[in-house]
Structure formats: structure tokens, C-alpha cells
Write a protein that binds this ligand. Structure first.
Ligand code: G6P
Length: 605
């Protein structure tokens, strides 16, 4: 999704800005650009291709300057064409980059047209540019503060003005923005990762903050214009580029990193104690009577899986809702519920808004399960459980998902213990199973060659159906999502019992049906569903547990999972589905790590 980088220094900062954009590339974008003050004039380069193309342009044109802003754009208002690419200028006087969506841009545009401003792009961003221009009276900081008061919606912006050398002004509301502190130079970005090459000292701006970067310091005010001292945090973990190593894509690398990521996420402690979630959790967890889980995309599916664990092990009523739906419907708040937000990035706009909505309704107890310790979500929740997946670059989430599952399993056991549903013997048995997971996963990863053989056939299909039952229905959903995201094959998932209520009509020889078949209480039911598909000439691709006695036959292709894993089985069964999607996408030659139209971190509604 959109990315911002800005800098003021006493050296040419174009390479810093381009490097920052490179670090944000993995999030997905469709155009990019950079603007600097060169001899007192704003100059820019923009591209609808990759950052590498932008880099070539700035080298060819020798674009250089000591004050600059840069952007990767993921189109919302207006197509991904050069005129809509940021930085956007107002009357060749000021330049702006913007993440987010301005909801009242239409009345503002009419008002500005009335004042004689001409619009050359279809972006909502151009409204902000002209508004700042119209309010500028020699003080950019003041003009931006006055401007943001008139904006409705979400934004993070960075602005420079021809009359204010060595000054970049930023503001945020609903979209992240972070200041990077250097020696005699300062930076701004939508994600600290963008600045990892330049500094390890960051200030994470808060909602409504406006900041002014100069060479010798940074001024920050809150939404009321009051000086806002913000904590400076040293975050060394952002350093160092992520290397691809022997892998073809980051997605493949991240699939293979799962044993390590899971082992890093499993708590070291020998008991499931609420203090794993925060100091006050022992007091609060004993009082909660239900859970409300809010998330988007793959993170939503980890919540759906967790519902089975939470209700069966901890016997606690659990509701799981898509964040973007929850925030806009009337719901009945329960102050004794624990609201759990799940997010890889911790910056997903809809999940953040759903959290805020829940809090506004009177929900007081909130927990984030998140992969980024410095994210807005972690800062805005009472309790946190950090997953240790490490940086995930591939847009399609893999290791973040399985580590979320581990975190949520730990939550289920913790609540089970506190609610008296977990004996000491059960606790140590679950701990043992968790600790064995990385080894079990390694055996699943060894199935890759067999999955590659299947992917050749899948790559020639245009549709696929995924079936699962119980705990594995969300895994079927995740398998279908992976396949559609990166191979562009239309894929749908159904709880297998629903097959005969509709999707069976689609089953022909041309429709592969992928089935997750663990040896659990629902196996016999699932076998009947398998027969329903076979009887109609459908081609079944089954990931079966070792002891299920489902064997290869006409129309029935079986890959045997190395071991049966009881309640933790979803964590193992999702991995071959990730590999199937990955190798099918490779066979179709798609851009696996950056699938078309998608973004890693969706910071707009
Ligand atoms: C985007 C990503 C998905 C991710 C979803 C939620 O759609 O492409 O991979 O699952 O956002 O992101 P989050 O960071 O909140 O987990």
C-alpha cells in the first residue's frame, strides 16, 4: 500500500529517498515518485513502473536536493497514471505526498475551484495541496495545521515548500507516520522500516499530530496545537536488509521459515500464565466472559480457527468478525468481553477502526495479537501477545498466519487454565505438542516435491474448490485465499457438509476439489463428501492424515501428511496449501511476492 519517505539534510538526499521507497516496495504499489527542492524550486520525477525505473530517471536527469519527499502509490482516487502519481504540486510552489483517503474532497475541490485553483489530477491529494497553498502565509507548519483541521478521513502527509528550504512538514490521522532522528538531519516515513538505512531512533507520531522537520530538530504538536513531547524509541531490529538466500521468492522463503518462526513464538514458560499477555492480564482474564475477535484477510481466518479452540478447550463463547463489517453495524457491546484484534502489521486501517469502534461502545479490555511491536495496534490495546514471525515480505501471508495460530492456541490454553478447564497433565501434554510443532512442520515441508507435481495440473485450471470441516474449514478458506491471491485462479472454500447445498453443481472434471482430511471426529462425514464429488466425475486432491485409509484411486489423488496432530492439526494442514498456491503461481508465471492490485499492509479503508 502507499508509502511515504521524507528527509532534510545537508547532503543530496535523493538516494536516501529512493532507498526508502525500495524498502517499502514489498507492500505493493502501482506508481511512485520523488520531489526535492533544487535551487529553491520543487522538482520531481514520477513513474508508473517500478522504483528501479524512478531511480534511473533521477540519475538521468541528475535530480538532486537536500530537502525531499517521496512516495509509492496504490491507486484509490484516479487510475495509476503519471498525473495521479505523487508528489502532487500546487502551482509549482509546494509538493505533497499522501497516504489515506480524504472523504470530503469533493466539497473542498469545489470551494478551491471557486478560488481559481485548477486540478490536473483525479486524486483527493491535490485538494490538500491547493488547500495548504491557499492558507500559506509564510509559515508552512501553520498552513498544514490549519489545513488538516478541514480534512475528514484518513491521512498521513509530508509537504515541502519552495520558500522553506530544509523543512518538511508532516501530519497524521488514521494512517501511520514516524519521524526518524539523525545527526544534523531528520527523516519522515510511513514505516520505520523505510528509514532503517539512515537511523535507528524513531518517534511514532500519534493521531492528530503535526510535525516539522528541520536540520537541527523536530517540532511536534498535537491536534489541539499544543507542544507534544513524544518518546524517542531505539529500534535496532529494523536494520539489515532481508535477503532472499537460496529461495526464488520471499513467499517460498517465508513458508520455509515457519518452523523457526513458530519455535520463536512459543512461550518459554512451563505454564500457560496470563502474564504472558501483560502485567494486568492475571486480574482481567479471570473476569472476562466472552471474546470478540476482529481482523481482516488471513488474520481473520486465524481468528476463525481460534474460535474452535477457545470454545472447545476454554469453553468461552467467542465471536469472530471481519473488522470492516463490525465497525459499521449496530452491535451489542459487552464490557466483560475481551476484544482481540489480530494483525500481522498492526496498521490495517479497518482493524484499527474496528478496535476504536469497540472501545467507543464501552469495551474496555483489549488484546492485540500482532507481529510488529511498535505498531499502532499494539500501542492502542491493553494487552499484547507478539508473534515472532520476523519480517514478512510476501504480500500473501504465510508465517504470520501460523504464528498467529500458535499465539491464539496459547490464549485458549491460558483461558482454559484460568477457568478451570485444564488439568496439569493436559497442560504439560499440550506444551509438549507445541514444542514438537517445528519438527512436525519440517516433515510437512518435505512434501514439497509431491505438491509441485500437483501444481503443474492446477496451473492449467481456472477454478478450484476447497473443502474442510470443523477446525479445518478456516484452513480450506485460507488455502483458497492463497491460491486466488497469487495464481489468480478463482478459488472458493466450503465447509464440506455444505457441498450438496450448491457448490456440487460446479463439480465437473475441470474443477479440482482440494480437501483437507485430518483423522478427526468428522473424517467419516468427510469421506462421504469425497464420494459425492467422485460420483460426479470430480477430481479430488486430498491432504490426508497418515491413518485415514484414503488412498489413490481413479479421480482421487492423495498426499499423506506425516503425522496426525490433534487440535493443532490446522497449523500443519495449512502449509501444503500454501505450497500448492505458491508452486501453481510459479507455474503460471505470476508476480508471486507482489500480486496484482494487492497490498501488504492496507492502510486505507
Ligand atoms: C492484506 C494482506 C493480507 C493480510 C491482510 C490483513 O490484505 O495482503 O495478507 O492478511 O491485509 O493484514 P494484517 O496486517 O492486519 O494481518
Amino acid at each position: 500500500m502507499c508509502g511515504i519517505v521524507g528527509a532534510v539534510a545537508q547532503r543530496n538526499i535523493v538516494s536516501v529517498l529512493i532507498e526508502g521507497l525500495r524498502r517499502l516496495e514489498y507492500r505493493g504499489y502501482d506508481s511512485c515518485g520523488v520531489a526535492v527542492l533544487a535551487n529553491g524550486e520543487p522538482r520531481r520525477a514520477r513513474s508508473v513502473a517500478r522504483v528501479a525505473d524512478l531511480d534511473e530517471q533521477v540519475r538521468d536527469t541528475k535530480l538532486a536536493g537536500e530537502t525531499g519527499i517521496a512516495h509509492t502509490r496504490w491507486a484509490t482516487h484516479g487510475a495509476p497514471v503519471t498525473d495521479n502519481a505523487h508528489p502532487i504540486f500546487s502551482r509549482d510552489t509546494l509538493a505533497i505526498v499522501h497516504n489515506g483517503i480524504i472523504e470530503n474532497y469533493e466539497p473542498l475541490r469545489e470551494m478551491l475551484r471557486g478560488k481559481g485553483y485548477e486540478f490536473v489530477s483525479q486524486t483527493d491529494t491535490e485538494v490538500i495541496a491547493h488547500l495548504i497553498h491557499s492558507l500559506y502565509r509564510g509559515d508552512l507548519f501553520a498552513a498544514v495545521r490549519e489545513t488538516v483541521r478541514q480534512l475528514h478521513g484518513a491521512y498521513a502527509i509530508a509537504v515541502l515548500h519552495k520558500d522553506q528550504p530544509h523543512t518538511v512538514v508532516g501530519a497524521r490521522q488514521g494512517s501511520p507516520l514516524v519521524v526518524g532522528l539523525g545527526d544534523g538531519e531528520n527523516f519522515l516515513a510511513s514505516d520505520a522500516l523505510a528509514l532503517a538505512g539512515s537511523t535507528d531512533r524513531f518517534i511514532f507520531l500519534e493521531e492528530g499530530d503535526v510535525c516539522e522537520l528541520k536540520l537541527d530538530g523536530v517540532r511536534i504538536v498535537d491536534r489541539d496545537g499544543e507542544p507534544a513531547p513524544r518518546e524517542v524509541r531505539q529500534v535496532a531490529a529494523y536494520g539489515g536488509a532481508v535477503e532472499l538466500g537460496p529461495y526464488r521468492h520471499f513467499m517460498q522463503k517465508e513458508i520455509f521459515e515457519q518452523p523457526r518462526a513458530i519455535s520463536d513464538t512459543i512461550p518459554q514458560a512451563d505454564a500457560f500464565d496470563p502474564s504472558l499477555f501483560g502485567d494486568d492480564a492475571p486480574k482481567v482474564f479471570g473476569k472476562i466472559d466472552s471474546l470478540l475477535i476482529l481482523a481482516c484477510g488471513t488474520s481473520y481466518y486465524s481468528g476463525l480457527t481460534a474460535k474452535y479452540w477457545l470454545e472447545s478447550i476454554a469453553k468461552i463463547p467467542t465471536q469472530v468478525e471481519i473488522a470492516s463489517e463490525y465497525r459499521y453495524r449496530d452491535s451489542v457491546p459487552n464490557p466483560n468481553a475481551l476484544v482481540v484484534v489480530i494483525s500481522q502489521s498492526g496498521e490495517t486501517a479497518d482493524t484499527l477502526a474496528a478496535l476504536k469502534h469497540a472501545q467507543s461502545l464501552g469495551h474496555v479490555h483489549t488484546l492485540s495479537v500482532c507481529n510488529v511491536g511498535t505498531s499502532a495496534m499494539v500501542r492502542q490495546t491493553e494487552f499484547t501477545f507478539l508473534t515472532h514471525a520476523g519480517r514478512e515480505i510476501g504480500v500473501a501471508s504465510t508465517k504470520a498466519f501460523t504464528t498467529q495460530l500458535v499465539a491464539l492456541f496459547v490464549l485458549a490454553l491460558t483461558l482454559a487454565r484460568i477457568r478451570g478447564h485444564l488439568s496439569d497433565a493436559q497442560e504439560s501434554s499440550y506444551l509438549k505438542q507445541l514444542r514438537h510443532l517445528p519438527a512436525a512442520l519440517n516433515s510437512v515441508l518435505a512434501l514439497e516435491p509431491q505438491i509441485i507435481a500437483w501444481s503443474e495440473e492446477f496451473s492449467r485450471k481456472e477454478n478450484a474448490l476447497f473443502l474442510g470441516r470443523g477446525l479445518h474449514y478456516p484452513i480450506a478458506l485460507e488455502g483458497a485465499l492463497k491460491l486466488k491471491e497469487i495464481s489468480y485462479i478463482h478459488a472458493e472454500a466450503y465447509p464440506a457438509g455444505e457441498l450438496k447445498h450448491g457448490p456440487l453443481a460446479l463439480v465437473t472434471e475441470a474443477m479440482p476439489v482440494v480437501t483437507v482430511a485430518p483423522n478427526d471426529a468428522l473424517l467419516e462425514k468427510l469421506k462421504s463428501n469425497i464420494q459425492e464429488v467422485r460420483a460426479r466425475g470430480g477430481q479430488l486432491y486430498v491432504f490426508a492424515d497418515s491413518d485415514t485409509r484414503i488412498v489413490n484411486a481413479e479421480g482421487l489423488h492423495v498426499i499423506r501428511m506425516p503425522e496426525h496432530y490433534g487440535l493443532l492439526s490446522p497449523i500443519l494442514h495449512v502449509v501444503p496449501l500454501q505450497l500448492l498456491a505458491y508452486h501453481t503461481a510459479c507455474a503460471r508465471g505470476t508476480d508471486v511476492d507482489k500480486p496484482r492490485n494487492l497490498a501488504k499492509s492496507v492502510t486505507v479503508e
